[in-house]
Design a protein around this ligand. Structure first.
Ligand code: SF4
Ligand code: SF4
Length: 422
């Protein structure tokens, strides 16, 4: 048994072991720990009230409920916490320390437990051309066309599990629309049969069999949107609002019957046009459908364009149009990222495997030229892949402007309450 697993099992024999984070990463860790017979007390999650009390058969508690009850508890009986958040690991660790818990003795960080995460971009196409996405300005022939077969996915998963025993969840998207894959249900089912839970993301514009997809039980679905009606169609270019709305209602209904525990996160991009009344109407819709709305300031998704801008090149026209609509401007986003440049790059921990099994240097860059470290993931050991990635020139250029913190900086901003009343 893996050394950390053995330690956790010994700890859980005498102390309540909680996983902080009931999202994709937390559920993946839960799957691995349960698969190895490690008893768990449950999940801690800020959104406990929205999670109907239980996830994967375990209770979900608001973190302060556990942290505020530590007085007088002997150290041998204190809760032990496994942090299951990639983006907010440092913030959660800080909160645990403030509550009097110590690293190693009382909690373990996500990066120590799971040094590598994976994204498998099983589909190399998308049906939309969102203004902020590089797909809006790149020709479809730019090496991004194709789909990973089920057979290849099986081989990829075999290698992932052989090299990274703590992987219990996989993201099946990066620059593609996974619901377009005709074998998505089989891929999700196969992963689940190996103890790996899948996260998918969708723009919900494709007319596909959502019942078949949800029946395969993906664990997490992110739905991306940006406004209401015409505003949505402007930034989610080529998207059709009525079709999106119809599929949103359909998926919400299907979840109730097919997979009630599946987490659905509506990832709502805040632009100038999507705040105020649009956001309020969308919130009301999510309340009606029982969906979790996650508003986040929109940003230019591809770091290729942002790095080009920093290095003095003009933004492609769609990205320029998107930048004009940003609620938090590109300049403000860059300044926030630059302030955080002392932080390390978490993205280096994520290995992005494209549909053709090539491995990206960085999942946040779209263009494959200069961003491919291995032509085939299947033929190169993980250790070698990571060594190549850690030595790449792209990272030097990127960190010079703090761009390794660019997306995370937007994710950390919380202008939501102001936006709602704008
Ligand atoms: S942002 Fe997502 S949905 Fe929009 S074009 Fe890019 S990949 Fe497609
Ligand atoms: S430093 Fe930049 S290019 Fe390198 S992995 Fe991090 S985000 Fe990507």
């Amino acid at each position: 048994m893996h050394g950390v697993l053995a330690e956790l099992r010994a700890t859980a024999a005498t102390r309540p072991l909680w996983i902080w984070g009931a999202g994709n990463q937390g559920r993946g860790i839960c799957s691995v720990l349960q698969g190895h017979g490690v008893p768990l007390a449950g999940f801690l999650d800020q959104a406990a009230d929205r999670l109907a009390g239980r996830v994967m058969g375990l209770p979900v508690a608001e973190p302060s409920r556990v942290l505020n009850a530590l007085d007088g508890v002997a150290s041998s009986q204190r809760p032990f916490v496994v942090i299951a958040s990639w983006f907010f690991e440092a913030e959660i660790a800080q909160r645990l320390r403030a509550a009097g818990l110590g690293e190693h003795d009382d909690f373990i960080g996500y990066s120590r437990l799971k040094p590598v995460d994976y994204s498998v971009d099983i589909v190399g196409v998308c049906n939309l051309k969102c203004l902020a996405c590089p797909r809006a300005s790149r020709a479809p022939s730019d090496g991004k066309l194709g789909m990973m077969s089920l057979e290849t996915f099986r081989l990829v998963l075999d290698k992932i599990l052989a090299e990274s025993p703590f992987v219990g969840n996989l993201q099946l998207y990066q620059w593609g629309e996974p619901v377009l894959h005709p074998q998505l249900p089989e891929i999700v089912e196969h992963a689940r049969s190996r103890g790996v839970l899948c996260a998918i993301s969708s723009n919900l514009n494709a007319d596909v069999d959502y019942a078949r997809i949800l029946s395969a039980r993906p664990e997490w679905l992110r739905i991306s949107t940006s406004g209401w009606g015409e505003g949505y169609e402007m930034t989610h270019a080529r998207g059709r609002w009525p079709r999106f709305l119809e599929h949103l209602r359909e998926v919400a209904t299907l979840r109730r019957t097919l997979h009630p525990e599946m987490k659905i996160e509506v990832y709502y991009h805040l632009y100038k046009h999507s705040v105020g009344d649009s956001l309020a109407r969308f919130q009301a819709l999510c309340d009606e459908l029982g969906l979790e709305l996650h508003p986040i300031p929109a940003y230019l998704i591809s770091l290729d364009d942002v790095l080009g801008y920093c290095e003095g090149r003009p933004l492609p026209e769609p990205a320029r149009q998107a930048a004009e609509q940003l609620l938090v401007s590109l300049e403000d986003g860059l300044a926030a990222a630059y302030r955080e440049r002392h932080r390390g790059c978490d993205v280096l921990r994520c290995v992005n495997i494209n549909w053709d099994t090539s491995v990206s240097q960085c999942m946040l860059y779209y263009d494959s030229v200069g961003n491919t470290v291995a032509p085939s993931y299947l033929e190169i050991p993980l250790e070698r892949i990571q060594a190549l990635r850690h030595a790449a020139d792209l990272c030097r250029r990127c960190t010079r402007y703090g761009l390794h913190q660019y997306c995370a900086s937007y994710a950390r901003m919380e202008p939501v309450s102001e936006a709602a009343s704008a």
